[in-house]
Ligand binder design. Structure first.
Ligand SMILES: Nc1ncnc2c1ncn2[C@@H]1O[C@H](COP(=O)(O)OP(=O)(O)OP(=O)(O)O)[C@@H](O)[C@H]1O
Ligand SMILES: [Mg+2]
Length: 326
């Protein structure tokens, strides 16, 4: 049994991402510019549930195995944005972890070893991690960040700012090490970036980092609260990003794709054009609502043993009930 419409979970693969080719092509264009040495950063900006996380997932999966780039994903949370130490630890360890997955620092057979430096990602056991990192000899320069981090951990001072040079040095050392292995750009996908606006000091630091580094591409995603208007600190930060707007579907063709794309070849005619027209207007062009309606319609078809998907009173009722709960 299957139902190709899962409205409770962001899309993971391109095959389930409907009506977003324009946005996706734009993202690909800027990724390719970065691959060729031009520095651009993106901000995917759109209201809740319009499909920002879905787009990030698809980008991550599209480029996962490209050898000339490293895709690093981070979902921000309140803890990460309240401490610079935790924030940058997360960035550095996520980058290094991706490197580990590619076997850059340890041979693949060692990846499953219980001593695997993964520990660093989950607790404060930083020394173990960087011990391994350096012992491999792939990075000659000593990263300054781990010592600073360990000191802060010992003194329980995660709320203090980190000196800027330490952070910049971390980014530089990592890209230098990765570029020796053919990585042209490290792409940092950061979801839930509205949270950044809670920490202006962090923003300022990010801003300076972005100014002084190449080899990195940020792709942020959030609502219009990601960059609050009329703010002295935010406006220069905002200018560093090319904004890609994630809107409701404006065209019926996007809804058509959203409905038909996840279906198997023999199912493509389950929804006729007129029905999709109704779905488009009932959903107000929101992919989340399209997915939900289609989910119920597909379920109904299975239960009733029908050959087509239709909107019934019962489905409308379910749709409204579900919306009122979400
Ligand atoms: N392009 C799309 N094609 C198919 N389904 C989509 C698409 N975009 C979004 N959806 C559906 O809408 C739901 C919400 O999408 P998603 O979580 O990606 O939105 P979001 O913008 O990240 O929301 P939030 O701001 O709340 O994090 C997903 O669970 C998925 O079912
Ligand atoms: Mg999201």
């Amino acid at each position: 049994m299957r139902n190709p419409y899962n409205f409770t979970r962001p899309a993971q693969e391109y095959a389930f991402l409907g009506g977003r080719d324009r946005e996706l092509n734009e993202i690909k264009y800027y990724i390719n510019l970065n691959r060729n040495g031009n520095n651009y950063h993106l901000a995917l900006q759109g209201n809740r549930a319009l499909g920002k996380t879905s787009l990030l997932n698809v980008v991550q999966n599209l480029y996962r195995n490209e050898q000339d780039m490293l895709i690093v994903r981070m979902d921000l949370n309140v803890d990460l944005v309240t401490s610079e130490y935790l924030f940058f630890r997360e960035i550095f360890s996520s980058i290094i972890d991706e490197g580990l997955k590619r076997g850059f620092y340890l041979s693949p057979s060692k990846l499953d070893h219980p001593d695997r430096p993964k520990k660093f990602l989950h607790d404060h056991n930083a020394p173990l991690f960087f011990h391994e990192f350096k012992r491999d000899g792939t990075i000659d320069e000593k990263l300054l960040f781990p010592d600073a981090y360990i000191n802060a951990a010992k003194q329980n001072k995660f709320d203090l700012p980190i000196p800027q040079p330490i952070v910049i040095e971390g980014f530089r050392t990592l890209i230098k090490s990765f570029s020796q292995r053919g990585t042209k750009v490290i792409i940092l996908l950061l979801d839930e970036c509205d949270l950044l606006s809670k920490n202006t000091a962090l923003i300022q630091k990010q801003r300076n980092i972005i100014d002084s580094l190449s080899g990195y591409m940020y792709i942020l995603s959030g609502t219009n609260r990601m960059f609050p208007e009329m703010d002295k600190i935010f406006s220069p930060f905002r200018r560093q990003f090319m904004t890609i707007k994630i809107d409701k579907f404006a065209h019926l063709s996007q809804a058509m794709e959203c409905v038909r794309k996840p279906l198997e070849a023999h199912e493509k005619s389950l929804f006729d054009d007129e029905t999709i027209g109704r779905i488009f207007s009932l959903s107000n062009g929101m992919p989340y609502k399209i997915n939900m309606l289609c989910h119920f319609m597909y379920e109904h078809k299975g239960l009733e043993g029908q050959n087509n998907c239709h909107i019934t009173e019962e489905i409308l009722k379910k749709f409204k009930e579900q919306l009122s709960r979400s």
